[in-house]
Design a protein around this ligand. Structure first.
Ligand code: S0N
Length: 274
């Protein structure tokens, strides 16, 4: 699948592409020969790119995808799966995709999964945890865990159930069926289905519409959606945003200034809203 957009590399990696265009960052798994299965290194690279996209104040939205047009991601690379996780060159077993899932959920910018072809296993969970999913008409979705000796009982189960409902989530995991793009749309697993040759243009168009919106409103909404589900960690995220907003106020600045000026703060001028 060739791109019609002038993406520019942000940083070179071995197993992913990390590019930007007009305030949009794109993180793309670049292992099409394995249907974009991830190794610990793939995930480390994705994690670093996600953090760079978070810190870059010119980036407002992130696209997560896979190269080649035949797969978004087919999950953990079974050829490097060892005891206790996926094994990289340092021979340490890791399940670091779980850290990446949390990063996708907590980065205060919308993350859009752009899904062409297979989104399977741990690759399916990656699209599930994204804010939005746009699918090409060749996309196929499913979990394989009980077939291949694994399961994701975290976001892969509980958040999937929030998205498609308990019965459907259990069906997806217990039967390990594969669902086409229209079926995914019907169950609310994806936001939109488009022909493969329109996937990138549609995703960019959604990104551009999001970029026109208030970044703080989007940030507050993302943490509000998360807060209901993520317990203390979700409340911390939402509360952190409240603190960010409070720091911007004259009332909070009075506290800081008074400390620095070695005087008693005067909060009397600030309204006590009803
Ligand atoms: C996607 C499928 C259905 C596509 O079938 P198709 O079109 O017939 O293509 P293939 O010929 O099968 O594939 C093309 C080439 O790609 C290789 N390949 C595909 N997927 C993988 C993979 N996941 N790992 C390694 N290689 C893969 C094929 O081998 C083939 O290569 P060649 O031509 O050289 O033979 C089909 O490919 C398929 O079913 N793939 C496997 C899907 C799968 O089971 N994925 C793993 C699921 N588990 C996870 O992802 C675990 C996630 C995780 O990290 C985790 C998270 C939380 C808690 C636990 C875990 C945990 O790890 O357990």
């Amino acid at each position: 699948m060739t791109s019609n957009f002038p993406w520019k590399a942000i940083k070179e990696y071995e197993e992913i592409l990390f590019q930007q265009y007009n305030g949009i960052a794109k993180i793309s798994i670049n292992r099409p020969h394995k249907h974009n299965a991830f190794t610990p290194k793939t995930v480390q690279e994705m994690s670093e790119a996600m953090e760079l996209a978070r810190q870059d104040t010119t980036i407002g939205v992130i696209i997560l995808t896979g190269e080649g047009g035949k797969a978004f991601c087919s999950g953990g690379d079974q050829s490097v799966r060892g005891d206790g996780g996926y094994v990289g060159q340092d021979l340490v077993p890791r399940l670091n995709v779980l850290d990446l899932q949390r990063q996708i959920r907590t980065i205060p910018k919308p993350v859009i999964a752009m899904v062409a072809g297979w989104a399977i296993g741990g690759g399916h969970v990656l699209h599930v945890v994204c804010d939005l999913s746009i699918a090409a008409d060749n996309a196929r979705f499913g979990q394989t865990g009980p077939n291949v000796g694994s399961f994701d009982g975290g976001f892969g189960a509980s958040y999937l159930a929030r998205v498609v409902g308990q019965k459907k989530a259990r069906e997806i995991w217990y039967l390990c069926d594969q669902y086409d793009a229209q079926e995914a749309l019907q169950m609310g697993l994806v936001n939109k289905v488009v022909p493969l040759d329109q996937l990138e243009a549609t995703t960019i168009s959604w990104c551009e519409r999001i970029l026109e919106k208030s970044p703080i409103a989007l940030r507050m909404l993302k943490s509000s959606f998360n807060a209901e589900l993520d317990g203390q960690a979700g409340i911390q995220e939402l509360a952190g945003n409240a603190t960010l907003l409070y720091y911007l106020s004259d009332e909070a600045k009075e506290g800081k200034n008074a400390f620095l000026e070695k005087r008693k703060p005067d909060f009397s001028k600030f309204p006590k809203f009803p």
